[in-house]
Design a protein around this ligand. Structure first.
Ligand code: ATP
Ligand code: MG
Length: 207
């Protein structure tokens, strides 16, 4: 996860991070943990869209959720994103402006585990099938790769609690490195409270 800072990130006080992936891969759980560890703001787009009335009457057939009024949502978030220090959590990433993000993490979960997670949430029939197809055909990963520079897109396996810890730790390291690359003035804003150590961890033992 070597860092290439986009020019626009120089103006931000802290990095903006995108965490995306098929519903059920564990975005919210990971984002909550990173937010607790770093103090960065977790923006759970599906909740924010409701709060700011950015949902339309139409229904998204694939994700079985109301269609987003994307323009309204993006307008509402612009200022927050310009300031920086946000972790954006959503199952799609292509409609956000590329300039908003310093890094994009795409969470992946093995099919059988994801199937069990979605069934235990009560997903059935077409909704379950469509979400499974989305993961099998790595739709969100391809979307991320075609919407952002490939070097800032990272695929993370998130099958079990060990991998969750490993991913949270590595993202905290990435955030720490972002601050290390900034001017001394911005480094003073570093909210990372976690013990991140000095080196990126290697793959966790458990698959
Ligand atoms: N690494 C993990 N190991 C085991 N279970 C996990 C892991 N990550 C998440 N889960 C479980 O999987 C389920 C889905 O997680 P979560 O709600 O975070 O997914 P999500 O990607 O945010 O879904 P959505 O897009 O619908 O909001 C939850 O029950 C959560 O506890
Ligand atoms: Mg979620």
């Amino acid at each position: 996860m070597e860092q290439q800072l986009p020019v626009s990130s120089a103006r931000r006080k802290a990095p903006n991070i995108m965490v995306t992936g098929t519903p059920g891969v564990g975005k919210s759980r990971l984002c909550h943990q990173i937010s607790e560890m770093t103090g960065l703001q977790w923006l759970e787009i599906s909740k924010i869209a409701k709060e700011f009335s950015c949902l339309e009457d139409e229904f998204d057939e694939v994700y079985q959720c109301p269609v987003l009024d994307e323009d309204k949502l993006l307008d509402g978030l612009e200022e927050t994103m310009c300031v920086g220090g946000n972790i954006v959590d959503y199952h799609s990433c292509e409609f956000f402006p590329e300039r908003w993000f310093d890094v994009v993490f795409v969470l992946r979960t093995d099919n059988t585990l994801l199937y069990d997670r979605l069934v235990s949430r009560g997903y059935t029939g077409k909704k379950l099938e469509d979400n499974m197809d989305c993961e099998i055909f790595q739709t969100v990963l391809e979307e991320a790769k075609s919407s952002y520079k490939e070097e800032i897109v990272h695929e993370l396996h998130n099958n079990n609690p060990e991998q969750l810890e490993f991913n949270a730790h590595n993202i905290c390291l990435w955030i720490q490195e972002w601050f290390d690359h900034q001017s001394p003035q911005t480094q003073g804003d570093n909210p990372v409270q976690a013990e991140t150590g000095s080196q990126m961890a290697t793959e966790p033992q458990t698959a």
